[in-house]
Design a protein around this ligand. Structure first.
Ligand code: HEC
Ligand code: HEC
Length: 342
């Protein structure tokens, strides 16, 4: 009896709290969609310095990093697209075609489950050396890169400013790129401003925020970065078993249970990062929502929380997309400090 009373009291309390919070959405959204950024995690052995970040930025935009000296990191990671690519799969040297969509680059320092769609690389300084050597991307040896950079006056100088002497090494290239990538923080979208009580959301955006919860997007796209707070790799039902082409996380773990599972990507700046998914199969956010509404395709690893799908009216679809667009951070997309230094 006592227990029941307590439950009733609790319920009463919860209901009044919700009523108190009218206008800004249900209190539950406030709690769940917490966009408070933790302090930027910086590797203790590679603190950010102006000179190091600047060197990383030069390297990011440097075409000499590729065998043909025609492709830089920025050829596939464009700032105005939140450092993603508008091609479904990326073109490397000699127009070689990759197999996956280039990922947007921001808030990488907060990543805890490895880099790339399948999380195969653990730390940014290692990650950044891989595209240079990947034969479908820049296809260049690090020895050649070091030689090319050593022959240009500005690089030995900049390495000296960043690391104390003029020698150019693999490790230092990785460390400098890590510094620049770490400095790419996107935390000033309209939604962040709304959370800081600086701007209002429109009716439609507020309704979209509600739908983001109700339609269960928050089951996977949660935390301040709208990615998975439990660092899971998941299958959101893109393909039926027999159509699965890319085994995703299974390629890393060798575990059949990981087939077609991918990192849950951040939804920040999603308005500008089309096409969508690891293979860029959807051109628009409308198509993405239709996919989730349909419940996706069943396979052994399709996540239970997308199966079944849901109803979505045209108005709801519009509102949900308007909400997703509040995650665009124009300051980030136009920040001159992240643009080409050349
Ligand atoms: C030819 C196109 C291309 C070039 C050039 C390229 N990338 Fe990428 N990048 C990609 C693709 C495609 C992926 C996703 C690959 C995968 O998951 O297997 C990716 C993923 C990444 C990621 C992982 C992001 C995350 O959230 O896990 C980082 C970081 C990155 N690239 C940085 C760089 C850097 C630094 C350079 C230059 C040294 C570079 N890229 C050059 C296409 C490219
Ligand atoms: C079961 C977990 C799960 C749920 C629920 C879920 N997603 Fe996803 N979402 C993912 C995963 C995993 C990917 C990456 C899949 C891939 O590329 O293979 C993804 C990708 C996306 C992308 C493309 C991102 C990009 O960079 O290409 C968008 C947009 C998206 N989801 C929006 C939503 C919305 C809106 C909802 C709610 C209707 C939702 N998601 C529900 C797991 C989920």
């Amino acid at each position: 009896m006592k227990k029941i009373l307590i439950v009733f009291l609790l319920l009463g309390f919860l209901l009044t709290s919700c009523n108190d919070d009218e206008g800004g959405g249900f209190i539950i959204n406030r709690l769940i969609l917490n966009v408070q950024f933790p302090e930027l995690p910086v590797p203790p052995d590679n603190p950010l310095t102006d000179e190091g970040v600047q060197l990383g930025r030069m390297l990011f935009y440097e075409k000499q990093l590729s065998s043909t000296s025609t492709i830089s990191c920025a050829s596939c990671h464009h700032q105005e697209l939140a450092f993603s690519d508008s091609n479904p799969v990326s073109f490397g040297v000699d127009d070689r075609v990759g197999t996956r969509q280039a990922m947007p680059l921001f808030n990488l320092a907060y990543t805890e489950n490895g880099f790339f769609w399948d999380g195969r690389t653990d730390i940014l300084r290692h990650q950044s050396l891989q595209p240079i050597q990947d034969e479908l991307e820049m296809d260049e040896s690090l020895a050649n890169v070091i030689e090319k950079l050593s022959n240009e006056e500005m690089y030995p100088n900049q390495f000296a400013l960043a690391f104390g002497d003029r020698s150019i090494t693999e490790e230092r290239i990785g460390l400098a790129l890590e510094q620049f990538l770490t400095s790419m923080v996107s935390d000033n979208s309209k939604y962040d401003q709304f959370k800081r009580d600086e701007v209002e959301l429109t009716e439609s955006e507020l309704s979209g925020q509600q739908l983001f919860v109700v339609k269960n997007c928050i089951n996977c796209h949660l935390r301040f970065n709208f990615d998975d707070d439990e660092n899971r790799f998941l299958n959101n039902g893109l393909d039926a078993e027999e159509d699965i082409q890319d085994f995703g996380r299974e390629l890393v773990t060798g575990n059949r249970q990981d087939r077609a599972k991918f990192k849950v990507p951040s939804l920040r700046n999603i308005e500008v990062t089309a096409p969508y998914m690891h293979d860029g199969r959807f051109q628009t956010l409308e198509e993405v929502l239709d996919h989730y509404a349909s419940g996706g395709k069943a396979s052994q690893t399709t996540d239970g929380s997308v199966r079944g799908g849901f109803d979505l009216t045209n108005d709801e679809r519009r509102d949900l997309i308007n909400f997703l667009k509040t995650l665009t951070d124009d300051d980030f997309l136009t920040n001159p400090e992240l643009a080409s230094p050349f």
